[in-house]
Design a protein around this ligand. Structure first.
Ligand code: NAI
Ligand SMILES: O=C(O)C1=N[C@H](C(=O)O)C[C@H](O)C1
Length: 266
C-alpha cells in the first residue's frame, strides 16, 4: 500500500501536536517532515514531548518542499503564516489541508484561483469536528425558517482570532438561505461599543474567551413565543482528528478548493 506522505506545519501547537499523533497512529499516513520556524535543522524527537519519530524539522516551507517529497501539507498555524504555507504548497503541487482560521474572503478567492490554475486540491476547514459541522448544517436548515439569529462562540483565552472561523462559516451558511434582516430594534444604541457583537448580514456574532474552555458554539434562533438553540462543544482536541483524517484522504482526489467539511461529508 502506497502511504500518503504528510507534512505538518505547527507541530508544537495545541492542534499541531494532536495532528502529529493522528498521522503517527494512522497506518496509511506517513509523516515525512514538519515545519517549525523556531527549530529548523533539528529532528522532531528533539522537540519536547511531540513525537518519537525522527523526522526532519524545517524552519521554512519552501526549503521543506524543495527537499522532501510530500502529498499533503496539514497547516495549523496562524492566518498569515497559513496563507503563505498554503500558497507555497500549491505552487509545489502539494495538497493543503488547512485548519488554520482567520482567512479573509480575498484569501479564499486567491486560493480558489490558484487551485484551479495548478489543478491541485485543497481543503480549508474552519472546524474539523463532525458535531460542529452538523451544528452548522442544522443551523442553516433552521435559518430557512427563523430570520432572527444570534451566534455565540466560546473559546479558550489563547485564541488569536475573533470571531472564530466556525462562527463566520456558520453565518455564511445561514446567510445563503435566510431572508436578509437587520436584527434588534431599529433605534437600538450601544451604550458600550461592541455590546451587540459583530454584524454579519444583520446577524450578530458574540465571542467569549475564558480559560477552561476549548471550543464551543451556540446558535440561537428566536420567533414569536419561542427560541431554538443549537449547540456544539469540543471538550478535547481529539474531537477534530477524525475530520483531519477524512480531509487528508479526500484531498488526494480533489483538483479544486473545498471550503468547509460539510461539502465532503455524505
Ligand atoms: N479547523 C479546526 O477544526 C481547528 C482550527 N484551529 C485553528 O488552528 C490554528 C492553530 O490553533 P492552535 O493549535 O490552538 O494554536 P497554537 O498557538 O497552539 O499553535 C500554532 C502553532 O503555529 C506555530 N507557528 C507560528 N508561526 C509558524 C511558522 N512560521 N512556521 C511554523 N509554525 C509556526 C507556533 O509555533 C505554534 O506552535 C488556529 O488558527 C486555530 O483557530 C484550532 C482548532 C480546531
Ligand atoms: O482556535 C481554536 O481553538 C479553534 N478554532 C477554530 C475556529 O476558529 O472556529 C475551530 C474550533 O472552534 C477551535
Amino acid at each position: 500500500m502506497e502511504k500518503i506522505k504528510v507534512i505538518i506545519a505547527g507541530p508544537r501547537g495545541r492542534m499541531g501536536s494532536e495532528a502529529v499523533k493522528l498521522v503517527e497512529r494512522t497506518e496509511k499516513f506517513e509523516l515525512v517532515a514538519v515545519v517549525d520556524h523556531k527549530h529548523g535543522g533539528k529532528l522532531l524527537t528533539e522537540l519536547e514531548g511531540v513525537s518519537t519519530l525522527p523526522v526532519p524539522v524545517f524552519a521554512d516551507i519552501t526549503t521543506c518542499l524543495t527537499e522532501v517529497k510530500a502529498d499533503v501539507l496539514i497547516d495549523l498555524t496562524t492566518p498569515e503564516v497559513g496563507m503563505h504555507h498554503t500558497k507555497t504548497a500549491l505552487e509545489f503541487g502539494v495538497r493543503p489541508v488547512v485548519g488554520t482560521t482567520g482567512f479573509t474572503q480575498e484569501n479564499l478567492a486567491e486560493l480558489e484561483n490558484l487551485c484551479r490554475e495548478k489543478e491541485t486540491g485543497c481543503i480549508i476547514a474552519p472546524n474539523f469536528a463532525l458535531g460542529a459541522v452538523l451544528m452548522m448544517k442544522f443551523s442553516q436548515l433552521a435559518g430557512r425558517y427563523f430570520q432572527d439569529v444570534e451566534i455565540i462562540e466560546l473559546h479558550h483565552d489563547k485564541k488569536l482570532d475573533a470571531p472564530s472561523g466556525t462562527a463566520v462559516k456558520t453565518a455564511e451558511m445561514i446567510a445563503q438561505v435566510r431572508a436578509e434582516k437587520s436584527q434588534g430594534h431599529p433605534d437600538e444604541k450601544e451604550t458600550l461599543p461592541g455590546a451587540r457583537g459583530a454584524d454579519f448580514s444583520g446577524m450578530h456574532i458574540h465571542s467569549v474567551r475564558l480559560p477552561g474552555l476549548i471550543a464551543h458554539q451556540q446558535v440561537m434562533f428566536g420567533a414569536e413565543g419561542q427560541t431554538l438553540t443549537i449547540r456544539h462543544d469540543s471538550y478535547d482536541r481529539v474531537s477534530f482528528m477524525s475530520g483531519v483524517k477524512l480531509a487528508v484522504d479526500t484531498v488526494m482526489n480533489l483538483h479544486t478548493l473545498v471550503y468547509g467539511l460539510e461539502n465532503i461529508i455524505e
